[in-house]
Design a binder for this molecule. Sequence first.
Ligand code: MG
Length: 255
Amino acid sequence: MIILKSAEEIARMRIAGKVVACVLDTLRKHIRPGITTEALNAIAEEECKKHGAVPAFKNYPHPRGGRPFPGVICASLNEEVVHGIPRGDRVLKEGDIISIDFGAYVCGFAGDAAITVAVGEVDKRVNKLIQVTEEALMKGIEQAKPGNRLGMVSHAVQRHAEKNKFSVVRDFVGHGIGRNMHEEPPIPNYGRKDQGPVLKEGMTLAIEPMLNMGTHKVYTKLDEWTVVTRDGSFSAHFEHTVAVTDKGPEILTLN
Ligand code: MG
């Protein structure tokens, strides 16, 4: 069941979204060669305390009964797609890219967003991957308005990705969001325009394209969480929490 939110509930989600965006902005400023993903995680944890936010990913149950997620952020480097575990021995270096996914509860509601950032100078095609993934997210968001099918969001993301010769990850999708981090409906980043539920005012969606430079195929590493591309090609990830309103899509995870 897709839970519709009232204007008052969306106002609370706006606050949660703003906090998530602020924390990601702070993290972005710390991304440079030499910093570890564990240090970024510690900054996120500190920022949560400052904002009175409850980190949503820490101790998140493993979907197949493995150990819970240990980090406040997911920090995924290069060929890692999503769910990278922050580690003291993962040091960022020039030419890397890092995707940071961060979710938190504020005022009883969740916010969820992700960014991918280049560490220093990166390869031209890698820069293009980052740029196209963010553009694909924005193209998807543009379609998140009442009366459109969810498939129009998915289709817009896929179309932009493939037009630029990047592939779209199938095995992980976006999601509805509200009092819970993960609600109905699942939001694929591929598919036909005529698929999925018709969007209604009051729906709140976490739209999150993951684009790869090579194959769309991925697998999960032995740490039970980190998802990587099967061919080792680089991957980028952007996400916003969005409300479907009578005036069109409203991005809630903006600073
Ligand atoms: Mg998400």
